[in-house]
Design a protein around this ligand. Sequence first.
Ligand SMILES: *[C@@H]1O[C@H](CO)[C@@H](O)[C@H](O)[C@H]1NC(C)=O
Ligand SMILES: *[C@@H]1O[C@H](CO)[C@@H](O)[C@H](O)[C@H]1NC(C)=O
Length: 380
Amino acid sequence: MFKITVYLLLFITFSQATDKIVCYFSNWAETRPQIGRFDVEDIDPYLCTHLIYAFIGLNEDSTINILDYQNSIGNNAIRRFNNLRLINPELKTLIAIGGWTEGSERYSDMVSTLTTRSIFINSTIEFMETYGFDGFDLDWEYPNKRGGKPGDKENFIQLLAEMRPVFDERGWLLTAAVNAAYKSVNICYDVVGLNRYLDFINLMTYNLHGSWDNVTGHNAPLHPAENDWDMLLNVDSCVIDWIKRGASPEKLILGTGTYGKSFTLTNEKENSVNSPTLGAGELGPYTGEFGILGYYEICANILNGWTRSWDDTQLVPYAFNGNQWVGYDDVKSLQLKAEYAISKGLGGIMVWSVDTDDFNGICGEKSPLINQIKKTLNGI
Ligand SMILES: *[C@@H]1O[C@H](CO)[C@@H](O)[C@H](O)[C@H]1NC(C)=O
Ligand SMILES: *[C@@H]1O[C@H](CO)[C@@H](O)[C@H](O)[C@H]1NC(C)=O
């Protein structure tokens, strides 16, 4: 009995637990209409272990640019966000720089010389000290793509090497969100270098299919379809690939989405996976973007008569009505992904984003998706 207890204690002490729930908050969610409006006070401070405020940007001169100054500073959104730690002192808050809209060019220029990197790091220190975040998340989309340059791969690692001691001295977390798909990884990243300097890596294992494919496909399939046109464009293949390239499993945070990718079908009667499409799906009433629906919009659609299907091979649901089709994640697929993360010894689950889960509980329990992730990681 004693022996077993000792072994158990050793196991608990030394095994790397899959215990992080890293959730992004898109600060523009406070501009969504009516029930879609989501502000800092709508965040449940106990739902996630880490919360990331998205996004700040970069100026031409390599200093930090506070985008949306009126909300972030004028309305104190950043200060209110960090004050969530007064409610839950265990919570860690991070600031994300970059994102899709920021593009790549200024980041490419910033990392390219010692002087511009130093200007950026000094600006980062000032920002971190002023606003009191626990960590900094680099969301450069993407090195050596979208206006970036071939040297970006090495220069990005050089930046991290210079940031690391500065962050260690101050006890700050340094993380990055990365494109998970192998074709981009080849172009964008030195995985061994990222793994050496980052505390953890937010693997964007979503947006794997979308309207650019011209056929319906899942946002984040766990596995490939039978005879998939790309057998590697799925969550499991991405994780295996990142580990093979040198990422430590415990540093990998498996990205999941509380949203779906939507399509407009060419023919209403062809509504399975890999069906021809005319392009992106119609915009959601609250999220207001073509090709994307928040989970609360999808679950409401299903309550209003959309047909829901489960993909037994790729282990994710999809739903359709007329010529509209959406591939997404629900409680069941996220339970499977959380179990998958545990089985691979990953560091945890990342979620984009807290503001598109069903936070109002219009279809039942509040924030059912992130709550399911939490339950599964806690063994409930
Ligand atoms: C950044 O700050 C350090 C320490 O204050 C200083 O020595 C260095 O010159 C600064 N870098 C730039 C480019 O201003
Ligand atoms: C999708 O269709 C467009 C327009 O016809 C075409 O240019 C593009 O190559 C197609 N994409 C794929 C992945 O087949």
